[in-house]
Design a protein around this ligand. Structure first.
Ligand SMILES: C=C(C[SeH])C(=O)N1CCC[C@H]1C(=O)O
Ligand SMILES: [Zn+2]
Length: 597
C-alpha cells in the first residue's frame, strides 16, 4: 500500500543522500586541487573524478525512477525525489561530457592565465587581470591608456575563448535536452521555480530604469566635464573604458572625481586600510567578527587552515573569488587573490556570506544544501556589507573619522552606493539576456559579438571604446561567461538584498520609516541578535522550501520587488532629478553615432 511504499521511498532517498554527500566531497576536493593549481595533470584528474561520479549519479538516477514519488504525501520527501530526478550534465554520454568539461576548463584556464603588455612599456607583457590590470583600470584616468588595457584584455580573454564557447553551447544544450529542457536558458531559469522568471526580470528593470537613467545622465555629464565632448557625447552612450571597471559593471572607481559634493570629505577606506597596515587576514577576521556579533556561526578551524586568501607566486590559480562547501560539516574554504582596498573588503564579506549560508544549512540533507534560489546565496554577504559600508559602521571600526551627517554628506554616501548597486543591474541583466539568446539560438554565432553590444548599448547605455567585429567575442572577457557561471543570480541578489537589509534594519531598531533619526542609509545591524536570529532562520532552510517561503520568513514579502532599493535610494533619485534639470542634461541616450559593429 502507499503508506509502505512511501516509507520504503524515505529509507531509499536518505541513504542515497548520504552517498551524494560523499560524492560531492570528492568532486569539490578535486576541483579545488585544479583551480588552486592550474596544470594539465590536475585538469585531467578533475575530469576523471567527474566522469566516475557521473557513472554513480546515472545509476542512482535510474533507481529513483522506480519510485512513484509524485504520489507521496510528505512534501519534503517529494521535493527530495524531485531534485534527485534531475540528473544534470551527467546525462551526457562520457565522450561528450568530457568534451564539454574540456571546453569550459579551456576557457576558464585561458581567462585565469591571460597576460597583456603594459601601455607605457610595450616590452613588459606579464600583466595579469588580478592584481595588475584591475589596479591600473581603477587608478589610471588617461583615456588612451584605458583604451589600450580594454582592447588588449578583450583580445586575450574574449576573442581567444570563442571556439571553446561555441562547442560549449552545443554540448551544454544537448545536456539540457537530456534533462527535458528545451535549452540551457530554460534549465537555468528553472532554478528559480517560477514560470514567469524572464517577465519578472523585465518588470524589475522597468521599475528601476528611471533611477538608472538619472544616474547615467549625471555621470555622463561629469565625465564630459572631465574628458571633453569629443570623448563623451552629450546625448549618446558612455564609452565603456572610462568607468573605472573593465566591464563597466560598477563605477565606484570614478567616485573621487564625480561625487555630488566634492568639497565634502571623501570616505576612502582603501587609503585608510593601507595607512593602518591592513592585511588580508585582518579583513577576514573583521568580517567573521561581524557575523559573530549577530549570533551567527564562527568560521570553523579548517576554514582558517585551508583557505587561500592571497595570490600564490609559484603557480597559476583561478583568482576570481569563490567560496567552497566540502559537504563534510567542517571543511569550508574561500579562494581569492585579496588586495588591500575597498573592493576586496566588500568581496571578503560577499564570500563570507556564502560560507555563513553553508554553515547555517549544514544540518540539511545534502540535496537541500543550496540557496533558496541562486540569488539568495549571492545576497547574504552583500546584505551584511550594506551595514558595514554605512558611515556609522566605518566610524565604529575606525575606518572613517566622524563627519557630521549633513544632507550633502548623505547624498555623497548614497551616490557612492548607487554607482555600485544601481549601475550593476543593467550589466547583470544584459549578460544573461545575451546568453539566453545564445542558448535558444535566436542569436546566431555570426551575430554573437554585435548582438552583445546592441544589448549593452540598449540596456546599459555604454559603447565600446573602439570598433568591434565578429573576430572579437567580448562577452567571454567576463569571468562568468568563460567559467560557465549563470549571472541572473546577481541581478536577483542586487534587488532582494535591499528587501533583506530593510527587514533586518527594522528588526534591529535601526530603521523606522519617517523617523529622520533612523534612516535606512544610516542603518548598521552590527551586534543585533534580533536581526541575526531572523537571518539565521531564513538561511537554515537552504533550498528545502520554495524561495518565497524563505523570503517571507525574513521580510514578510513573497516576491522580488524593487521597493526596498527605491526606498533606500529615494533621496538620491530626488537629488539627481533636480541636478539634471538644473544642468539641462539629456536623460537617456540616443543610438551611438559610431557604427562600431
Ligand atoms: C564575488 C563574486 C564571486 Se560569487 C562575483 O563573481 N561577483 C560578486 C558581485 C558580482 C560578481 C562579479 O564579480 O561579477
Ligand atoms: Zn558570490
Amino acid at each position: 500500500d502507499l503508506e509502505a511504499l512511501e516509507h520504503e521511498g524515505r529509507e531509499y532517498i536518505l541513504q542515497l543522500d548520504k552517498a551524494m554527500g560523499k560524492r560531492r566531497n570528492t568532486v569539490s576536493l578535486s576541483e579545488w586541487a585544479y583551480t588552486s593549481n592550474i596544470t594539465k595533470e590536475n585538469e585531467d584528474k578533475w575530469i576523471q573524478v567527474r566522469l566516475e561520479q557521473a557513472q554513480e549519479e546515472k545509476r542512482a538516477w535510474e533507481e529513483t525512477k522506480m519510485y512513484r514519488w509524485q504520489d507521496f504525501q510528505d512534501f519534503t520527501l517529494r521535493r527530495m525525489f524531485k531534485k534527485y530526478s534531475q540528473l544534470g550534465v551527467s546525462a551526457l554520454p562520457d565522450d561528450k561530457y568530457k568534451l564539454l568539461m574540456r571546453s569550459v576548463s579551456g576557457m576558464e584556464s585561458n581567462y585565469a592565465t591571460a597576460k597583456i603588455c603594459s601601455y607605457k612599456d610595450p616590452t613588459k607583457c606579464d600583466l595579469a587581470l588580478e592584481p595588475d590590470i584591475t589596479e591600473l583600470f581603477a587608478k589610471r584616468q588617461d583615456p588612451e591608456e584605458l583604451k589600450h588595457l580594454w582592447v588588449e584584455w578583450h583580445k586575450a580573454a574574449g576573442a581567444k575563448a570563442r571556439p571553446n564557447f561555441t562547442e560549449y553551447v552545443t554540448l551544454y544544450n544537448e545536456a539540457a535536452k537530456l534533462n527535458d529542457f528545451k535549452d540551457v536558458a530554460e534549465w537555468w531559469q528553472s532554478e528559480y521555480e517560477v514560470d514567469d522568471f524572464e517577465q519578472q526580470l523585465a518588470k524589475l528593470w522597468e521599475d528601476v530604469k528611471p533611477l538608472y537613467q538619472q544616474l547615467h545622465a549625471y555621470v555622463r555629464k561629469r565625465l564630459r566635464d572631465k574628458y571633453g565632448d569629443h570623448i563623451v557625447s552629450a546625448r549618446g552612450p558612455i564609452p565603456a573604458h572610462l568607468l573605472g571597471n573593465m566591464w563597466a559593471q560598477t563605477w565606484s572607481n570614478i567616485e573621487s572625481f564625480t561625487r555630488p559634493y566634492p568639497d565634502k570629505k571623501e570616505i576612502d577606506i582603501s587609503h585608510t586600510m593601507k595607512e593602518q597596515n591592513f592585511t588580508a587576514i585582518k579583513m577576514f577576521q573583521m568580517s567573521d567578527e561581524f557575523f559573530r556579533s549577530l549570533n551567527l556561526t564562527a568560521m570553523p578551524e579548517k576554514f582558517w587552515k585551508n583557505s587561500i586568501i592571497e595570490k600564490p607566486t609559484d603557480r597559476d590559480i583561478v583568482c576570481h573569488a569563490s567560496a567552497w562547501d566540502f559537504y563534510d560539516g567542517e571543511d569550508f574554504r574561500i579562494k581569492q587573490c585579496t588586495t588591500i582596498d575597498r573592493e576586496y573588503f566588500e568581496t571578503t564579506h560577499h564570500e563570507m556570506g556564502h560560507i555563513q549560508y553553508f554553515l547555517q544549512y549544514s544540518h540539511q540533507p545534502f540535496i537541500f544544501r543550496d540557496g533558496a534560489n541562486p540569488g539568495f546565496h549571492e545576497a547574504v554577504g552583500d546584505t551584511i556589507a550594506l551595514s558595514v559600508s554605512s558611515p556609522k559602521h566605518l566610524r565604529r571600526v575606525g575606518l572613517s573619522t566622524g563627519d557630521a551627517e549633513d544632507e550633502q554628506t548623505e547624498i555623497n554616501q548614497l551616490y557612492k552606493m548607487g554607482i555600485d548597486k544601481i549601475v550593476f543591474l543593467p550589466f547583470a541583466y544584459t549578460l544573461d539576456m545575451f546568453r539566453y539568446g545564445v542558448f535558444r539560438g535566436t542569436t546566431p554565432p555570426e551575430d554573437y559579438n554585435c548582438h552583445y553590444w546592441r544589448l549593452r548599448e540598449m540596456l546599459q547605455g555604454v559603447e565600446p571604446p573602439v570598433n568591434r567585429t565578429e573576430e572579437d567575442f567580448d562577452a567571454a572577457a567576463k569571468y562568468h561567461v568563460s567559467a560557465n557561471v549563470e549571472y541572473a543570480r546577481y541581478y536577483v541578489s542586487f534587488i532582494i538584498q535591499f528587501q533583506f537589509h530593510r527587514a533586518l534594519c527594522q528588526l534591529a531598531g535601526e530603521y523606522v520609516p519617517e523617523d529622520l533619526n533612523k534612516k535606512l542609509v544610516d542603518c548598521d545591524i552590527y551586534q543585533s541578535i534580533a536581526a541575526g536570529n531572523a537571518l539565521s532562520n531564513m538561511l537554515k532552510m537552504g533550498s528545502s522550501k520554495p524561495w518565497p517561503d524563505a523570503m517571507e520568513a525574513l521580510t514578510g514579502q513573497r516576491q522580488m520587488k524593487v521597493d526596498g532599493l527605491l526606498e533606500y535610494f529615494r533621496p538620491l533619485q530626488e537629488w539627481l532629478t533636480a541636478e539634471n534639470q538644473r544642468t539641462g542634461e539629456y536623460i537617456g541616450w540616443e543610438p551611438s553615432k559610431t557604427q562600431y559593429c
